[in-house]
Design a protein around this ligand. Structure first.
Ligand code: NAP
Length: 279
């Protein structure tokens, strides 16, 4: 598996695994745990979760998936904006640690901006980092102006990643946020890289044509497309073992200039600033 370096120099797998909607129903739990374990075996060792997902249920699924191999895995979780205060962050973190059955979160993100000042959330993250409860921190769904505010807060230079919506039908970040993060070494984590509900994106004639040329699937093309930037980490969610295998193998798909031009013709790159797209 190719890796992406965080600002600290620590490498993480370029393709990770999402967990939104995992932990929702007991009947699916064993299948979801098995999918994540297979993904780890195949090198997708970064796992993305959140206190929000299934009300903590997804974090419990992650705990089962990493049992006995915690040190091989890089766990990302997220705090709700309404918990993002000086006292709310450590309390939410403790609850997540308990559900994850671990003593540290590798990367802890603010899920989206709420009403607490960003500097307060950064101070809370920094305190957790110094206490060893989290190893890195970052943000999610923040556009350039908020990233500037983060960078200007005491400790803000330690922001490791910004997790944002990024796939061929949603590429506004290429105009300004992606280069902003690249310049400062902040990793971009591309969420919903398959378009969340995959039917529409994966039927795109451009993706289908490129996939045919490479003998791969449109999903693999969508992942390879996001990974053409060296500081982008992609986190597809898959509960199906076949999907997990496909996603891991997408690391070997290298798109040509011709492929990218064909994708651009249908999925136009941004020509001007666009409001940050989010789910
Ligand atoms: P996604 O990964 O773009 O798509 C997930 C869907 O794609 C599932 O229905 C999955 O089916 C299917 N799929 C997976 N691999 C496939 C393949 N190779 N071929 C065809 N279909 C495939 O959407 P997402 O779950 O919204 O995003 C990924 C992760 O990003 C989330 O799980 C979450 O961890 C994170 N996220 C973060 C935010 C945020 O605000 N920070 C927002 C959204 C998502 P099966 O499950 O049946 O395999």
């Amino acid at each position: 598996m190719r890796t992406v370096k965080l600002p600290s120099g620590e490498p993480v797998s370029a393709i990770g695994q999402g967990t939104w909607y995992m932990g929702d129903g007991k009947s699916e739990a064993a299948r979801e745990v098995a999918a994540l374990q297979l993904g780890i075996d195949l090198g997708m060792t970064l796992i993305d979760t959140a206190e929000m997902y299934a009300d903590g249920g997804a974090e419990r699924i992650v705990a089962q998936a990493v049992a006995g191999r915690r040190d091989q895995v890089f766990i990302v979780s997220k705090v709700y904006p309404y918990n993002a205060s000086r006292s709310g962050v450590p309390a939410a973190c403790e609850r997540s640690l308990k559900r994850l059955n671990t003593d540290r979160i590798d990367l802890y993100l603010l899920h989206w901006r709420g009403s607490f000042p960003l500097s307060e959330t950064v101070a809370a993250f920094e305190a957790l980092r110094q206490a060893g409860k989290i190893r890195h921190w970052g943000v999610s769904n923040l556009d350039v102006a908020d990233m500037e505010a983060i960078a200007g807060a005491p400790g803000g230079e330690n922001c490791a990643a910004n997790q944002v919506l990024y796939h061929p039908n949603s590429r506004g970040i290429e105009y300004d946020l992606l280069p902003w993060c690249d310049k400062r070494g902040v990793a971009i984590m591309a969420y919903s890289p398959l378009g969340h509900t995959t039917s529409r994106l994966l039927r795109s004639p451009a993706l289908v044509a490129v996939a045919k040329r490479h003998g791969v699937t449109p999903a693999q093309v969508a992942l390879a497309w996001g990974l053409r930037f060296p500081h982008v980490i992609s986190i597809p969610k898959a509960s199906d073992a076949g999907h997990v295998r496909e996603n891991a193998a997408a690391i070997d798909v290298v798109l040509t200039a011709e492929d990218l031009a064909e994708i651009d013709a249908t999925h136009r790159p941004p020509g001007r600033k666009q409001p940050l797209d989010l789910l």
